[in-house]
Design a binder for this molecule. Structure first.
Ligand code: PGA
Length: 254
């Protein structure tokens, strides 16, 4: 077992994906906010679908919970039908944005280069970025995990400054499958990612938080958070119910 002494401020982020109407999102925060009120030793984030952002920003103002978007485009404005700019996200009350989620890579063909442009545009506009990386099952089974992570980090973070950056390690085989990485697998990947971040950012890499994502639940959050290089969680399915995400935010401190 690892000792749970966190040198980086924990960050627990709810990625709702394409779930919840505006009234459902408001219902969630109405029960969640009182439950997490007073928690001041972790960053707590909710990433709802775009239409709920503005309504939640009003609800979350002055609370411990911050707002994140799930995606962004890299241009400021113009003829890009269906896209949303970093400035628009700021305008709607967002402080964070998730970039490069595996579902965006897989279903919307986002390449490392597109992801790199999005990260740079978001940071330039004062958003904090949760940059997602992770290997597929076949990549893991054929021993390519570290090569895949290295490529995603080098290409995704080309010419990016480390300020405002959070990395999320999300093994694709663990997302929505109920198959979580073991704490040992997570720690191994996270410590490898940190070593690569050191190559890019030098000593600043020790300040960058690396979240684990992929079937995080109230049952496994404590053992994942006990890993020295796991600084938080990016939570999909288990963040949709207020009580469940509350328990995750209230993971066992060391
Ligand atoms: P999951 O999703 O917790 O439902 O596995 C995590 C994510 O994709 O961010």
């Amino acid at each position: 077992m690892f000792l749970n002494i966190k040198m980086r401020r924990p960050c627990l982020a709810a990625n709702w994906k394409m779930n919840k109407t505006i009234p459902e999102a408001i219902d969630f925060v109405d029960s969640f906010l009182p439950a997490v009120s007073g928690i001041d030793d972790a960053d707590i984030l909710i990433a709802p679908p775009f239409p709920s952002l503005f309504a939640l920003a009003e609800k979350l103002a002055g609370t411990e919970v911050r707002l994140s978007a799930q995606n962004v485009f890299y241009e400021e404005k113009g003829a890009f039908t269906g896209e949303v700019s970093p400035g628009m996200l700021r305008d709607a009350g967002c402080e964070y944005v998730i970039v490069g989620h595996s579902e965006r890579r897989q279903y919307f063909y986002e390449s490392d280069e597109i992801i790199n442009r999005k990260i740079k545009a978001a940071l330039k506009n004062g958003l904090r970025v949760i940059f997602c990386i992770g290997e597929s099952l076949s990549e893991r089974e054929t021993g390519k995990t570290f090569d895949v992570l290295t490529g995603q980090i080098r290409n995704g973070l080309k010419d990016v400054g480390g300020e405002g950056l959070i990395v999320a390690y999300e093994p694709v085989w663990a997302i929505g499958t109920g198959k979580t990485a073991t704490p040992e697998q997570a720690q191994e990947a996270h410590s490898y990612i940190r070593s690569k971040l050191r190559e890019v950012f030098g000593g600043h890499a020790d300040a960058i938080r690396i979240l684990y994502g992929g079937s995080v639940t109230p049952e496994n959050i404590d053992s994942l958070m006990a890993c020295p290089d796991v600084d938080g969680g990016l939570v999909g399915g288990a963040s949709l119910k207020s009580e469940s995400f509350e328990r995750i935010v209230k993971f066992k401190r060391g």
